[in-house]
Design a protein around this ligand. Structure first.
Ligand SMILES: [Zn+2]
Length: 782
């Protein structure tokens, strides 16, 4: 810290100018606070400027009746469906679009053909040749040989007449003989079949997994039937082709599904089981009833029963029937390996059956954590959004790492089983928390986007980001020091400063660094918004308002941005601009702190002050070395006169009089101010990262006090690169620290201290690699 004299109160205005040259707005100016309304869509009767659905909001409805058969030997799914489509739009529709997601697995799909190779130019340019992991190689080769995609037949209207249609890759258009008018319904049916992918080989969000030991398989069936594409007020038909990443854009509707599976299979599905008496044993039906009011999860299918099913070799079949209302999709799972537990969990006035299905290979992890994690998610997410509205919430263990559907999730982690002794089972810390976290995450998706029905094909962050944010809150409510991967600001820093990135507001298919961009960054941004920018009370209210406004509806990004402002009176346009529309990062540097006291204009005081400064200044080398120097005036004292007695700091009656004269026009209050005691500080900051954020300061004083000062981001509004603030304090500041709690994701903390601090670190030493000595190698061979 440097000491300055603050040159009189009349100079305040110029004194607060930073030492750096001020950049005025006539030069190119980057307005980080420019309002977003010129970027956001114009509000209308469907979506208001407040971010709420408008008074003419509408959405389409698609109801389905499906019969499906699982061919276990051939790993093939065959189905028939009837779709009843209701046109709630104000528009006449002359055609309908359906999504054929299985066509993604056609070997000539755009997904396969446009998949970028991981060449050495992507990974690491060198002449060493290309590299690929065995797993990646397996996936890429088998995708190019697989007979995937739908075979569709028998497409006809309710009158039995075939319907004209065209299949364009993952989309199918049905041409209507007559336009479907507003308010009208149209029913049609079709048959289809396809080969299931082996999940581990192909990736994807469903598929089968077979166990070497007993030959039994788990079938996870998703994106399995032709589904209505979305028609909405923003995009018209959302028929952007499925390239693998941009997930699903779907309409709500009611479903009746019957699953024809081997008789010893257990089926888990979105919806309520309609015919338990036909598919479950008497004791199993009793247990299911008892589970609703039990104090802890109840086994519906025990390990013993599952092991018996595994040994069974039946050719008989059973049909499981389910009903699901107001869902945007249905997924299911089927296996004779499944154990099944269930537990009734309160959600508002409803009881939700939290249920888990897993092979015995999932234990001891699954019986202990899965259903508890479902219950925990519902309890926590209800607090921040709305009460879970569906009758069941399911977690199924299988080959898919983590995937969500309405009421239904697939979750991957399992313990490690000793090859010699099956009873010896261990799991890593990562696997344990990985399982709890993935269940929280996927069950959380039932809220976002299964209920708050955002357009995943367009915006991955709207479900992944919001959900990952709530996942973090739920994880932290599980146990102390829960090892959350995402949410804490300091964890996003490496990504924020990384080179290859795009803004969060980027279409799902074009995102670079997918997990960080669409999950980690928005989740962290929301956590920062809650803790640092808005505060918990304002944020939670606004977030809940957004969730309530848009449950069972289709929000767009602007609806989220607008609602968060509208419900809180916090201008967040700068925040959305910085975090969602740019790739800037946070790095605020404290460059200088100066301390001053008021110039009293009292000649006695000021001369004394100047003399003290003069005496405190270091003596020049010449002065030091001349200390013993013999001077002429020492020999001839007559050379000394008045000026040898009075130095330049001497106060004369004239200077006192002048000072009084200067003060004459001053009013009483002005004179009083000149006697103000205490310290005036100027603090200079620069914004190195580009992202404007509040400046959070811990100010330490010489009496040991620490003051926390939170300067709003608006301090940057007239200059996004440089800001200075002034403080008046009695005490003497000894240290100023920016972002003392690491709450803003400030990337470089070395410039967060004034005075600068030497930060401890480690120097890693390593041994040079030995050069090959062929002669020695040959000699050591016998
Ligand atoms: Zn997710």
């Amino acid at each position: 810290m440097q000491w300055y004299l603050f040159a009189g109160l009349a100079m305040v205005a110029s004194a607060v100018l930073p030492v750096h040259a001020q950049t005025w707005t006539k030069q190119p100016f980057d307005d980080k606070f420019r309002q977003l309304e010129e970027i956001l869509p114009t509000p209308n009767d469907y979506r208001t400027g407040s971010g709420a659905p408008g008074h003419k909001y509408w959405q389409q409805q698609a109801d389905y009746t499906i019969q499906v058969k699982l061919d276990e030997e051939e790993k093939r799914v065959t189905g028939s469906e009837t779709i009843t489509y209701t046109n709630n739009s104000p528009d006449r529709l002359s055609y309908l679009w359906l999504q054929l997601d299985q066509n993604r697995f056609d070997k000539n799909s755009d997904y396969n053909l446009s998949m970028r190779a991981q060449t050495r130019y992507v990974l690491k340019p060198s002449n060493a040749g290309d590299k690929q992991s065995l797993k990646d190689f397996r996936g890429r080769t088998s995708r190019q040989n697989f007979e995937g995609g739908y075979q569709i037949s028998n497409l006809k209207g309710a009158n039995g007449k075939p319907l004209r249609h065209i299949i364009n890759k993952t989309m199918m258009r049905i041409d209507l003989d007559q336009p479907l008018l507003p308010g009208q319904q149209f029913s049609f049916s079709l048959d289809w079949e396809y080969n299931m992918v082996e999940a581990k080989t192909h990736g994807g969000r469903g598929g089968y997994e077979c166990f070497e030991k007993d030959g039994n398989c788990i079938f996870l069936v998703a994106q399995w039937f032709p589904r209505m594409a979305v028609y909405d007020d923003v995009n018209g038909w959302q028929n952007k082709q499925f390239l693998g990443r941009g997930e699903f854009s779907l309409e709500f509707g009611n479903y009746e599904i019957s699953y024809d599976v081997p008789a010893d299979h257990i089926v888990a599905s979105t919806g309520t089981l309609v015919n338990p008496e036909q598919v479950l044993s008497g004791p199993q039906q009793d247990r299911l009833k008892r589970a609703e009011t039990a104090k802890k999860p109840v086994m519906i299918v025990t390990e013993k029963e599952a092991r018996a099913n595994e040994e069974d070799d039946t050719s008989k079949r059973k049909v499981w029937t389910f009903k699901a209302d107001n869902v945007r999709d249905v997924a299911w799972a089927s296996s004779r390996k499944f154990l099944w537990d269930a537990w009734g969990v309160k959600s508002g006035d409803n009881t939700v059956l939290a249920m888990s299905y897993y092979p015995q290979e999932g234990n001891p992890l699954w019986e202990r954590y899965s259903t508890q994690a479902i219950a925990h998610t519902i309890e926590q997410y209800n607090k921040y959004s709305f009460d879970y509205p569906y009758p069941v919430a399911i977690s199924v263990n299988g080959p898919v790492g983590g995937m969500e559907y309405p009421m239904m999730t697939f979750n991957g982690p399992r313990p490690e089983i000793d090859k010699e002794d099956e009873s010896k089972r261990t799991y890593s810390r990562r696997t344990k928390y990985g399982l709890i976290s993935v269940i929280i995450h996927e069950i959380g998706h039932i809220y976002f986007p299964m209920i708050v029905n955002s357009d995943e094909r367009q915006w991955t962050w709207m479900d992944e980001g919001l959900n990952t944010y709530l996942q973090f809150l739920a994880e932290q409510a599980w146990e102390e020091n829960y090892p959350s991967r995402r949410g804490e600001p300091r964890k996003i820093i490496d990504y924020m400063v990384s080179a290859k990135q795009v803004p969060i507001m980027t279409n799902s298919e074009s995102i670079l660094q997918f997990g960080n961009n669409a999950y980690g960054k928005p989740a962290t941004a929301l956590n920062i918004l809650r803790e640092t920018i808005m505060g918990r009370e304002l944020f939670d209210y606004a977030f809940r308002e957004y969730s309530q406004r848009w449950k069972f509806k289709r929000p767009m990004p602007a609806d989220f941005f607008r609602t968060m402002e509208d419900a809180s009176a916090v201008d967040l346009d700068w925040f959305w601009r910085g975090w969602f529309y740019s790739t800037d990062h946070v790095d605020i540097s404290i460059d200088d702190v100066r301390i001053m006291q008021v110039n009293t204009d009292d000649p006695e005081i000021e001369a004394e002050w100047k003399r003290e400064r003069h005496e405190a200044a270091p003596r020049s080398l010449t002065e030091q070395r001349n200390e013993e120097l013999h001077r002429r005036v020492d020999d001839y004292s007559e050379l000394k006169d008045f000026y040898n007695e009075h130095d330049e700091f001497t106060v004369s009656p004239k200077s006192t009089k002048d000072a009084e004269g200067k003060l004459k026009p001053y009013e009483e209050w002005e004179r009083e101010l000149l006697e103000t005691e205490g310290n005036f500080y100027l603090l200079d900051f620069s914004n190195v990262g580009g992202l404007v954020m509040p400046i959070i300061l811990a100010i330490e004083y010489d009496n040991g006090d620490v003051e926390e000062l939170r300067i709003p981001a608006e301090v940057w509004r007239q200059d996004p690169k440089q800001a200075s603030i002034q403080l008046w304090r009695e005490e003497v500041i000894t240290q100023v620290t920016v972002d003392p709690h690491w709450e803003t994701a400030d990337a470089d903390i070395s410039n967060n201290f004034f005075p600068r601090k030497i930060l401890p670190s480690r120097l890693e030493l390593f041994k040079d690699k030995k050069k090959r000595n062929l002669m020695k190698e040959m000699q050591s061979e016998e």
